[in-house]
Structure formats: C-alpha cells, structure tokens
Design a protein around this ligand. Structure first.
Ligand code: C2E
Ligand code: MG
Ligand code: MG
Length: 676
C-alpha cells in the first residue's frame, strides 16, 4: 500500500504497510531475533548497549547501514533521537542523524503510525522541497520507517536505511521489521520499567542498606548501652546490677532444686585507698584492672566475677561449691592478689580480704547473700590482712550489735555523753607526774561500758571521730588548765590527746587547736598530740603539712603504739616527732621475753639518735618499771602509776597528794603508789 498525500508536496509518495496484516514468517531467525531483543531489555544495562545489540540483530536479518531510533516524549510529543548507528562508520553519528529529510520521514511515521517505505528518489525530492542541496549529504538507497507502538500509543520510530546500490527492502524484510519494531517497542517499555525498577530496586537496596545500617547502629548502641548498664567500664567485668541479677537467678534455682548450690566470695582490697592516693589514680585503675584479670584466672570459667564498685569484687561460684573447694578458691585468690603487680613502671604490692557466704535456704534475695558475705568480709578484715572468713549466724548477731552500737554512739556524741578519763604519765627518773593522757569513755545504759578500742574505730568509720575527739579535746584542755592553775606544783603539767587522721584532715583543725589553747591559756608546748601511722595512710602530704604547722606552733607530737603495725619506722622520717610511745605489748612482755627487751632497747637507741623522748605504755609492775628505767626509758604510763580515771577522781587524788594547794610540786608519788 502506497501512502501519499498529493496535497502536500513535502509528503513523498511512499509505501505504507498496514500494521494489521498477518505476518508471514519466512525467516527462521526471526523468532530467535525477537527473543534476543526481548532479552536485551533485561540484559543490557544502558540504552546505548541496548541499541547496539538491536542493531546487530537487525543487521543479521536485513541490510541496515544506518539504524535510527527516535523517541516521542509522552508529555511534549517532541521527537528526540537517542540513537543513530551507522554501519559505514561503525559508530554513532557518522552523519548528522537529525537532518531535515530524516525528520520528515520520522514525522510521517509518527503521524501515520504505519510502516513508511521510502527510497532514494523520495528522499531526494524531500530535500529539494525543503530547499536543501540534494548532493550535500549522502542519500540512502532505500529506507523503512516503523512506528514503535505501545498499544495505540506511539512511543517512537525506528528508521532503517540502506546505502547499498539499488537495494530495496523486500516485503518479507518489512514484515520482519514490523515484528521487530513491535518487540523493540515492548522491550523499550520493559527496559523503561526494568530501568525504573532497577533504579528503585537500587534505591530500595540503598534505602534498605541505609535502614539496615541505622538498625545495626541502633542495635549496636542498644547492645553497648546494655553492656554499659551491666558491665563495669574500667575492668569490663559484670557490674553490681548484673551480679545481683545472676545471683537472684541462682537463688531461685537453688530454691527449686536443693541440689543447686552456690557460694559468694566478697573480695575487698586491703588499703586500696592508700595505693590510689599515694601512687595516683591511673595506677589505682591499673591495679583494679589487674585484680579483675587475676580473679578471672583464679576461678572456674563458669564462675561470675564482678566488680561491685570501688575496690570491691564479687565472685559467684555455682559449680562444685563444697566448703573445701570454696576455701581453696579463696586461698588461691588471696595468694594471687598478694603477688606484686607492675603498674605504670611501679611495683605495687597489695593484699585482699574475702568474706564468703554459702547458699542457704534462708536466702530469699540476692541482697541478703551479699550482705552476709560483706559481714564475713568485715570479720576477715578484723583478722588482719589477707584473710578470708565464712559467714555464720553469730557474725550476723555481731553485725546487728554493731549497728545498734553505731546508732547509740551517734546519739551519745550528739548528746555529749562521751566523757574523758585521764591517765598519768610520769617521769621514770624523778617520779614526777608530767602529763595526763586524755582517753575517751563511753558508758551506755544498755550496752554498758563500751571500750574505746571498740567505739573509736566505729566513730572513725561513721565519720563521727572529729566531733567525738573534738569534744574530748575541749574538755581535757580546760580540765588540765584548771589543774595547772589550782596546783602550782603542776603548772608545767602536760596534756596528751589522741587524734585521728580524719581530724587532721578536717578543715580548720590547726586554727581550732590554736583557739582552744589561747582560750584556756595553755602554752602550746604543754600539749602533745598522739598520732599513729594511720595518720599517713590517706593523705600523707597534707597530714604531714598540718602536723608540721602544729609543730611549728610548738605543739608536741608523740608517735603512739610504736613498734606495732599502727606506727612504723617510716613515720619517723616523715613526721616532726618529739616522742615515741612504746606499745604496751612490748612492755608487758619485757620481763620474760628477751625479744621484747631487745626491741625496747632498740627503740631507746633509736630515740637517742633522733633526739626523741621515749614513753613506755602499759607499765603494770615494778619489775617492768625497773627494767624500763635501766634501759633509759624516760617516761612511763600504766596501771602501776594509775588507771585512767575521771576528772573528779583525779582531782581528788591530786588534792589528797597535795592538800595545800598551790604549794607542792614534788609530792606526787609514782611508785608504788597509785592515783586510784
Ligand atoms: P592509746 O592511746 O594507746 O591509749 C592507751 C590505752 O592503753 C588505753 O586504752 C588505756 O586504758 C590502756 N592502758 C593504759 N595503761 C594500761 C596498762 O597498764 N595495761 C593495759 N592493759 N592497758 C593500759 P583505752 O582507753 O581503751 O584506749 C584505747 C585506744 O583508744 C587508745 O589507745 C587510743 O588509741 C584510742 N582512744 C582513746 N581515747 C581516744 C580519743 O579521745 N580520741 C582518739 N582518737 N582515740 C582515742
Ligand atoms: Mg594514746
Ligand atoms: Mg598507745
């Protein structure tokens, strides 16, 4: 069928094929070609590749020197030419594809939606009609234009040109190309869809990846938060919360099944604060990390090792929890933690104490178990360093008693029920009374007389010691000042007061002492502060500074309990001392034990070298006195001279010894008479 519009001279007379005609597939390759084109839409990733592949297929079916695809913009209906493959040039755009004559053919196809078959002469005429020089560019011998139809809608045009001399597209070829164009339209559409799909899939994938990334990140944060919430940041060990959770689970299991046993080992480092304060926090941190590692190595892999906080660690044993095995584990831990550690280039030696609580049906909560392990730990600590203790009910009773004592002590201090007793210190050579040591006394209506060795450490622990000793100090200083005034023979009478580390560290301690002294008119040299090594434990620098300040004010310093763990040789170097008080344990053994004798000798020699006074504590017998005098000990204190007594009682004794007040100085006996 020829399609020609005679009214329009631009329209050449061309052969147009109806798209309804039944195709006659005489070429075997057509089905494969169609399949190929269909598959290109999936395989070829870009349009360029698709067009090239299409060209190859068409080229196998027919003569095609130039293949041109035009696409109709669905919105503007404008025709664009995304592809022009030219066989002669083996490449794109050998000739300008967008020539006027081509445009004319393409437009004709778009308008007719039919196959347009056009030959060289037709094209020639078109050129002439458009005022173009027909010789200026190569004119194809034959050409067919095919609409690319998607249903009724035209989406583009396909133009095949042949430059072969006298070539004419046959009907069969046109038929095949009609089929091909239909498949091309489909493939382009599919390609479009697939492209969009691919694009959105990629986007989706990206979106998914992004979402997944967010989820992963969230999960990671969640896990991290969870880990942080249940683990100790420094050591990486489970923390208190996780420990208690696991312990609760074990308690639950053991209540369901009495075969399930467990043991909790509460591990606490001895004097960790000292390490932290003296060697610095980084070393302290390193120590805790190392302790965590060592603990893990000491126990079975099934055990849970946790850091509860500070220097407190806990181990939960659930496998083989017989007392023998658990004791063995405790010993292993103690031994292991005693071994030196090398931290930050420093050799650090520490030790630990362990409180053990075994699983028991009475336990309902994890806190109960922990509390009992802690009670046992308290007991272990009181046994000295590097010990373990197993909880038993009597400890609980002790702990309850302690709690009651704490409460009562708070009240006693608050209500000023702590009284002061005075114990004489005498010159062993002259027998003169030289000083009184003020000792705190507490009598409670139900608890009875509570020894100072019991309530002073409690007062220290519950931070009451400053207030307590401050009160003692205030009472004692005014008491001794009154005696000094009343008994002129005692106008050089001194006062010894025990002070605790916490007091020294308290704000304005030096000033308060100065105020007390000025207030009662007592010369600073008559006041002697008794300190122990514990003074240097927490903050040696500041304690030394405060004590040096006091010493510069002329206040004297005595090192109490010398020779015991509470007062060691190291204090001799760091503190501005005036006096050493030999611990009563040596004095009491001095008669029968050569070693105690030797120690006392050594202390006296040391004091001589260092120009210090020596006072013997706990002198109870004349034999002891004799030996101490012979060894050159300057002063003595003990029941032999007088037990600690109340101010009233002392006043009575002083008065009896010296009824004519303000007259005698040397009538105060020191041996064998007593003050009580
Ligand atoms: P300390 O300072 O070494 O006091 C001497 C302790 O030995 C006193 O015990 C005293 O009663 C006791 N004592 C004295 N002579 C003898 C004796 O011949 N034989 C025996 N067996 N013991 C004797 P006390 O009063 O129980 O005080 C114990 C510790 O409590 C004191 O040891 C002191 O460290 C502390 N302390 C007492 N009062 C205070 C105070 O007001 N403040 C502070 N911070 N600590 C105090
Ligand atoms: Mg003392
Ligand atoms: Mg003492």
């Amino acid at each position: 069928m020829q399609h020609h519009d005679p009214a329009n001279p631009e329209t050449p007379q061309v052969q147009v094929r109806s798209c309804i005609e039944t195709p006659d597939y005489s070429v075997e390759d057509l089905p494969n070609a169609l399949l190929d084109i269909a598959s290109f839409s999936h395989m070829e990733t870009d349009s360029d590749g698709f067009y090239r592949a299409l060209h190859r297929v068409i080229d196998k079916l027919t003569q095609v020197d130039s293949l041109l695809i035009g696409l109709v913009d669905p919105e503007t209906s404008q025709l664009t030419i995304p592809c022009h493959l030219n066989q002669a040039a083996q490449d794109h755009d050998y000739l300008d594809p967008d020539t006027l004559e081509r445009r004319a053919i393409l437009n004709l196809v778009v308008q007719s939606r039919e196959l347009v078959h056009i030959n060289r002469d037709d094209i020639y005429r078109i050129k002439i009609s458009r005022g173009l020089d027909p010789e200026i560019s190569q004119i194809p011998e034959d050409a067919i234009g095919l609409p690319l139809l998607e249903g009724n809608r035209i989406v583009g045009v396909m133009l095949l040109e042949s430059f072969a001399k006298d070539f004419r597209y046959s009907d069969t070829e046109k038929e095949m190309m009609w089929q091909i164009s239909a498949q091309v339209a489909k493939s382009l559409h599919q390609k479009d869809i697939i492209g969009t799909l691919m694009h959105s899939k990629a986007n989706l994938k990206n979106d998914n990846r992004y979402l997944q990334g967010l989820l992963d990140e969230r999960e990671e944060i969640h896990q991290r938060l969870l880990h942080n919430a249940t683990h100790d940041a420094l050591t990486g060990l489970p923390n208190r919360a996780l420990f208690l959770k696991r312990l609760r689970q074990v308690i639950h299991r053991s209540r369901m099944n009495d075969q399930v046993g467990f043991a909790v080992l509460f591990v606490d480092l001895d004097r960790f604060k000292v390490v932290n304060d003296s060697l610095g926090h980084p070393v302290g941190d390193g120590l805790l990390v190392e302790v965590g590692c060592r603990l893990r190595h000491c126990v079975h892999s099934s055990a849970l090792v946790a850091r509860l906080g500070g220097d407190e660690f806990c181990v939960l044993l659930t496998v083989d929890t017989s007392p023998e095995v658990v004791k063995m584990v405790a010993k292993r831990i103690l031994e292991n933690l005693k071994q030196p550690m090398y931290l930050d280039g420093q050799r650090v030696v520490t030790s630990s104490s362990i409180g053990i609580a075994f699983g028991h049906e009475r336990y309902e909560t994890a806190i109960d178990v922990l509390r009992d392990a802690d009670t046992a730990l308290y007991q272990a600590k009181s046994l000295g360093r590097s010990n373990f203790s197993i909880f038993d009910q009597s400890m609980r009773d002790d702990a309850v008693l302690r709690m009651e004592t704490e409460q009562a002590l708070r009240q006693a201090v608050e209500e000023d029920q702590i009284t002061v007793h005075y114990q004489p210190i005498v010159d062993l050579q002259t027998g003169q009374l030289v000083s009184f040591e003020a000792l705190a006394r507490w009598f409670h209506p139900t608890l009875g007389h509570v020894p100072a060795s019991t309530f002073i450490p409690i007062a220290e622990e519950i931070h009451l010691i400053s207030q307590l000793t401050g009160n003692v100090f205030e009472k004692a200083i005014s008491q001794v000042s009154r005696w000094r005034c009343e008994f002129p023979g005692l106008n050089e009478l001194g006062l010894n007061v025990n002070i605790s580390p916490m007091q020294v560290e308290s704000e304005g301690f030096v000033e308060s002492i100065q105020d007390f002294l000025t207030g009662v008119g007592l010369p600073a040299r008559s006041l002697k502060l008794e300190v122990t090594e514990s003074m240097l434990l927490n903050n040696p620098k500041s304690a030394t500074k405060v004590l040096t300040e006091l010493h510069e004010m002329n206040v004297r310093l005595a090192l109490d309990d010398f020779g015991t763990g509470y007062s060691s040789l190291s204090c001799l170097n760091s503190l501005p001392l005036d006096e050493l008080k030999i611990d009563l344990s040596f004095v009491q053994n001095i008669v029968d034990d050569d070693r105690s004798d030797a120690i006392v000798q050594m202390i006296v020699a040391l004091a001589q070298v260092m120009d210090l006074q020596v006072v013997a504590e706990g002198v109870e017998t004349v034999e002891q006195l004799q030996i101490l005098r012979d060894l050159g000990v300057h002063r003595g204190q003990g029941y032999l001279f007088g037990t600690p007594a109340s101010g009233d009682s002392i006043y009575k004794q002083l008065f009896e010894a010296n009824p004519r007040r303000n007259s005698v100085t040397d009538t105060i006996p020191f041996v064998p008479a007593r003050f009580n």
